[in-house]
Write a protein that binds this ligand. Structure first.
Ligand code: PMP
Length: 394
């Protein structure tokens, strides 16, 4: 029996970029101590006060089917948070609760794209983006952002890609604060992007899952720009903001009528999100910005630590990390590719970083460091990385 072309095509034939990660995990399984600076997962677990709320909700009987668009109280809480953070009118009807940011990425592309349409996205990109676009039967098209421009997307390149698609491009996916680069898009970048979306009648899918991790400058949600609320779907998640990666809870913010219609998809796929997880999420959001700042704080500290180490040498260049839990390092002065450098670092020092190439061609010759181990260990690992880079550059 054959599986559908749509499913078979999700992987797109290329490497999925996780080879180094798999190799590092293999070494760990053999008992080798590896410093893992690979995936974006906190080194803390979900706070016990959130788990208590989850437990209480389950024991109180919230274990049955839920409203498939999300609990009204949670939708209201998320809407209030969006209003406070962005100043944009947002009601519970603008909010659809889904099982995690990844689910929101899928549902928003499913909603925006027909089979055969083109979904635009920016390279470097979070690993699942092209597969998500393919999984709805559409064609992903990457638009390169350049290291020399600190990876800010360039509107004219986006406009060119939209024009070249001959009317098939229907959406543009952006991500700020950005994984993997740590860059926050400037107001100018976002205004230019908004202009392209209006000119080419594109949905803007704005992945803002790192919006509580801001180290420099300010995060601007493009939904708040003039004329954009009707054509923007914002992807949100509690994974990064509340260290709730395993709880699988997030949302889409969009126009009321469209959110209502996307409910048809959730009804026929997930049938809603587990009730006690939603109660835990509501409790977590009620803890307010101070709680979120506490979760983000270690990454700010470690980001500063890495940036200071980089300042002390001249072989490796850091892309100034404005936000998110990563620092992108330009290692081209070593003469090695990101893949080769990451392999060598793993073999010689047992430090695992992600090769830039695994996030797209635009990040070739770079490596991404996740700030997800304690400060002392990170300090040693970055020291080793810089020593290796200096040796290779000779
Ligand atoms: N978007 C980006 C940019 C991410 O880095 C991630 C997770 N690493 C996600 C979306 C998905 O997160 P989740 O499904 O856990 O909410």
């Amino acid at each position: 029996m054959q599986l559908s072309n749509r499913l078979s095509n999700i992987k797109g034939g290329g490497s999925d970029g996780w080879d180094l990660f798999v190799r590092a995990r293999g070494m760990i399984a053999q008992g080798i101590e590896v410093t893992e600076l690979t995936i974006g997962e906190h080194d803390i677990r979900t706070d016990p006060i959130i788990l208590d709320a989850l437990h209480r909700a389950a024991l109180a009987g919230n274990t049955g089917y839920t409203e498939f668009s999300g609990m009204s109280a949670l939708r209201e809480q998320v809407a209030g948070r969006v209003r406070e953070r962005t100043g944009t009118k947002t009601t519970p009807e603008n909010v659809l609760i889904v099982p995690g940011g990844q689910s929101a990425l899928f549902a928003s592309h499913y909603a925006a794209l027909d089979e055969g349409d083109t979904g635009l996205f920016i390279d470097p990109y979070y690993a699942t983006y092209p597969g998500t676009i393919r999984s709805v039967g559409a064609v992903p098209r990457a638009i390169k952002a350049r290291s020399v421009n600190q990876f800010q997307p360039e509107a004219d390149l986006i406009a060119q890609a939209a024009s070249e698609s001959g009317g098939r491009a229907k959406s543009l996916l952006i991500n700020s604060p950005n994984n993997p680069t740590g860059v926050i898009y400037t107001r100018e970048t976002l205004e230019n992007i908004a202009g392209v979306c209006q000119d080419h009648d594109l949905w803007l899918i704005s992945d803002e899952v790192y919006d509580t991790q801001i180290w420099q400058g300010a995060h601007l949600s493009p939904r708040s720009l003039t004329g954009m609320a009707d054509r923007t779907m914002v992807v949100g998640s509690m994974s990064k903001s509340h260290a709730m990666t395993g709880s699988r809870i997030g949302w889409i913010i969009g126009p009321e009528d469209k959110i209502d219609q996307i409910g048809d998809l959730t009804m026929n796929t997930t049938y809603g999100v587990c009730g006690y997880i939603q109660e835990a999420a509501l409790f977590a959001l009620q803890q307010g910005p101070a709680f979120e700042a506490k979760i983000a704080e270690p990454f700010r500290r470690r980001r500063d630590l890495v940036m200071r180490q980089i300042e002390g040498q001249s072989v490796v260049r850091a892309i100034p990390a404005d936000g998110a839990m990563y620092v992108m390092l330009d290692i081209r002065a070593t003469g090695l590719s990101g893949d080769a450098f990451a392999d060598l670092l793993l073999d010689t020092h047992h430090v695992a970083v992600m090769p830039g190439e695994s996030f797209g061609a635009a990040a070739a010759g770079h490596v991404r460091v996740a700030l997800t181990v304690d400060d002392a260990r990170l300090d040693v690992a970055i020291g080793q990385l810089l020593t290796l880079a200096a040796q290779q550059a000779k």
